[in-house]
Design a protein around this ligand. Structure first.
Ligand code: SF4
Length: 380
């Protein structure tokens, strides 16, 4: 069945317009105080690579203006690797022969304690598509427990109904991360081989349902490598504007994940190299000056250090993509994907400070929360 895209995702002819790819158009877009779709199309075009330095300078200036020199840190916590999904690029897809686990309450508490001891306050809980072992009720229970100990708990999980999102909000969840992976319905149906995630429109509309249900933030993104990054970025840009228009008070974040090696050996059909990824990040910074832009440990230390503060304002650190990976890593387990930047918190923070950037673990108002029984008296 053909998926009909909603009109708010329409990008017209921008991907192929020659007026978006000349030197004059690119320079004008870099200097623009108000980047619309015309300017954005110029900035994401490969033609803009010849002006990458100019883009970087402008992106850094805008980042400093709106975020100062701070980099907000978060950590992912995998609750379960059970999944009924068949995403071709994922190490947890149901056809992978891997040991399956989920965290029980005791191990979850150990994981939370470990992460709290490392200083984190921004926690991202992850699961695969719902299964009997690890469904909505399990996630709800984990959110409820984690939100008693962490200032900011968000989830990256399956697309849900509005009623389910409302229950997560009530349990203390402040936001969701839900990448569309690709906004190209044909590519989407090829790489999402089976499972509920095949429902393109149900996923596309999930961030709206989450915000309507009271979530404060939604994290959007495409998985670079799956399809044409230019078309995907234009539609992502449209998606962000659609949400902003409808939920002006909501926080939208944008992430820039690239496909990493994983169990299954999937190779990216449309690889995005470092230069192209940098260009796309700078373009989003110029177009969305106040939007947090996120980069995970999928990227190398060199790339992360280079781009921190030049567009990127939020980063994960010390990530484990295995279930129980912080306090009790199961021997021989493989994660959802291979982590590229394996530095610990101290080493990464030193690298940020060496660049004049300040790592931030929590928001100031967290000091008004009652003290947690997980936190050692001297922990930050
Ligand atoms: S990406 Fe998510 S839904 Fe898809 S196979 Fe992996 S864990 Fe399952």
């Amino acid at each position: 069945m053909t998926t009909v895209l909603p009109s708010w995702l329409d990008v017209g002819e921008w991907p192929s317009r020659s007026s978006a790819t000349g030197d004059a158009a690119t320079l004008s877009a870099i200097g623009s105080e108000s980047v619309g779709i015309r300017e954005f199309a110029s900035l994401i075009s490969p033609h803009a690579d010849r002006f990458l330095e100019n883009m970087a300078q402008r992106a850094m200036a805008m980042t400093r203006r709106h975020f100062g020199r701070t980099i907000s840190l978060y950590v992912p916590l995998y609750l379960s690797n059970h999944c009924q999904g068949g995403c071709a690029y994922c190490g947890f897809a149901s056809d992978r022969s891997i040991p399956r686990h989920k965290l029980d309450r005791a191990v979850l508490l150990s994981e939370l304690k470990e992460l709290k001891g490392m200083g984190f306050e921004n926690l991202l809980l992850l699961t695969g598509e719902r299964t009997e072992e690890s469904g909505f009720d399990y996630l709800l229970e984990c959110v409820s427990l984690a939100s008693r100990h962490f200032h900011n708990v968000t989830v990256e999980s399956f697309a849900m109904t509005a009623a389910e999102y409302a229950r997560l909000v009530k349990a203390g969840c402040t936001g969701i991360t839900l990448y569309q992976e690709t906004y190209d319905p044909t590519a989407y149906s090829v790489f999402h081989r089976w499972g509920p995630k095949r429902e393109f429109l149900f996923r596309l509309e999930a961030p709206e349902r989450a915000l309507a249900a009271g979530m404060r933030t939604v994290g959007l993104g495409v998985l670079f490598g799956l399809a044409d990054p230019i078309l995907d970025c234009l539609r992502l840009y449209r998606h962000i504007h659609h949400l902003r228009k409808k939920f002006w008070q909501a926080g939208v974040l944008v992430s820039f994940p690239r496909i990493r090696t994983q169990q299954g050996g999937f190779q990216a059909p449309c690889p995005v190299n470092d230069t192209a990824l940098a260009r796309l990040i700078f373009a989003f910074r110029l177009a969305l000056p106040e939007t947090p832009l996120v980069l995970s440990t999928r990227e190398s230390p060199a790339f992360r250090d280079g781009i921190a503060g030049i567009g990127i304002t939020r980063m994960s650190v010390a990530s484990r993509t295995t279930v129980g990976g912080y306090s009790a890593p199961p021997p021989g387990d493989t994660g959802q994907f291979d982590v590229n930047d394996q530095r610990d918190v101290t080493t990464f923070c030193q690298a940020l400070r060496a660049k004049g950037l300040e790592p931030v673990f929590k928001n100031w108002d967290s000091v008004f929360q009652p003290s947690s029984d997980l936190v050692p008296a001297d922990a930050g």
